[in-house]
Write a protein that binds this ligand. Sequence first.
Ligand SMILES: [Zn+2]
Length: 247
Amino acid sequence: MPHATRTCARFRFYEELNDFLPEQWRKRDFDIEVDRARSVKDAIESAGVPHTEVDLILVDGVSVDFAHVLRGGERVSVYPMFELIDISPILRLRPRPLRDPRFVADVHLGKLARHLRMAGFDTLWDNDWDDDEIVRVAGVQRRTILTRDKGMLRRGEVERGYFVRATQSEEQLAEVLRSLQLEPLVVPFTRCRECNTPLEDVPKSAVLDRLPDKVRAHYERFKRCPGCERVYWEGTHYERMRRLFTT
Ligand SMILES: [Zn+2]
């Protein structure tokens, strides 16, 4: 039937997935052509939503994976990766991924990467890495990509990614902690903000000659980065970051 009418499935995207849709499709049902056979993943991405943002797909009320083929006439509900409503009784596309959260941040998110390290999260960031390298590192090391580039998250080989909405770095940190439900995992001052290496406790006597006078007089607890030799203490920066983590 070469001239058969093209068939459609009726889609609805929930919660923050609407951020990716054109205005006229947000928070309402709309049709996507499936032309008698189209994977649900392909249909979702044709609407502009990266597959990495999707956690649950229901076709006529039944949970399906990305490879599920739509034939036309179905009703498809698409839920975001880190939905705040409780959908735990329903099968997800993958297990909750962030029990041991590790990240690779794109080139524009250097400040966010430093904040995440200060919060204790293993976060790679390199000013010289292009998109290909970020995607490769994320795949090999099973890291979640943090990016403001939706195109990167649409690439097929990306398994885990999060599209950062906020533009200011401290707001980005708050958003990532909240959206990925990381608050309980925050352990401030365990990782070097410059090179991502876990910090070691160091006695004050061992770093005495490297401390500014005021610090030498007022602080007793110190940490040192075995990677780059930086010394950390619980000073003003610590207090500022702690306020960030607890708001
Ligand atoms: Zn370091």
